[in-house]
Write a new protein. Sequence first.
Length: 280
Amino acid sequence: MSMITRSGSVRQVTSALRFFSTTSVTLSGHSKWDNIKHKKAANDAAKAASSFKMSSKITVLAKMGGVDMSRNLQLAYAVEKAKSLSIPKRVIENAIKRGNGELKNGNKVESVTYEGLGPGGVAVVIEAITDNKNRTIGMIRPCFNKYNSNMTPTAYMFDKKGLILVDLGETEFDEAFDDLLEMGCEDINEIEVDEGETEGENGDGSRLVELVTDPKEFGKIANAVKDQGKYKIKEMEIGYVAKEDMKTEITNEDTRESFDKFIQSVEELDDVEKVYTNVD
């Protein structure tokens, strides 16, 4: 994964009717969203790795939520993303069949989670998709060892939340807020893109917001956004959000450099899907 830094912020919501907390959203290489900005075409090796990762993810999503994409929106958007990456239709279809049990595979593909403390004592939760857990842990553990860090329970420092990245198009945030509020979101964060970065797929000034939901309401809210037809879902997942009292900062420049290199080394592993941290 790329470590291109993207800065983001959340507009302060002042209305007395809006009780959402506001949190910083940093669109960096190790953030929740890693596909906002267009990237240069990958080389053949990177494309192969991307194909493997996406097909594995589709298999797991199909296994967890079923193959009906009108109900399993995570699967639907994973398939759309795979198509956008020019992954062959046959690869996508076989991945779905493996998840549904139609296509037998000697290796069981599953989602696994690893926890630890990285440089600076930063809490890290790593999600991976693998067909060999011994191989995966054998790749992740050396990343911690190299930076004198250790694998230890840290998930208790996070809440699991539904996260939906929505493109408001040309609609102003304040205008969209009430629509999204009625859908049952716990939090709505407006993401401000750096000046000079392309907003929207066509540079049309579209606006991005992150919807934070209870995991149990995740599917219902995603369907509500889809059915309304006014806004476009760009990304969606159930992931980890650091608890307010567990967030930390890295103020030392050397520690920050070590932390960034550590995160990059983890993200570059073939089996790793997402990396979450409690850095504010």
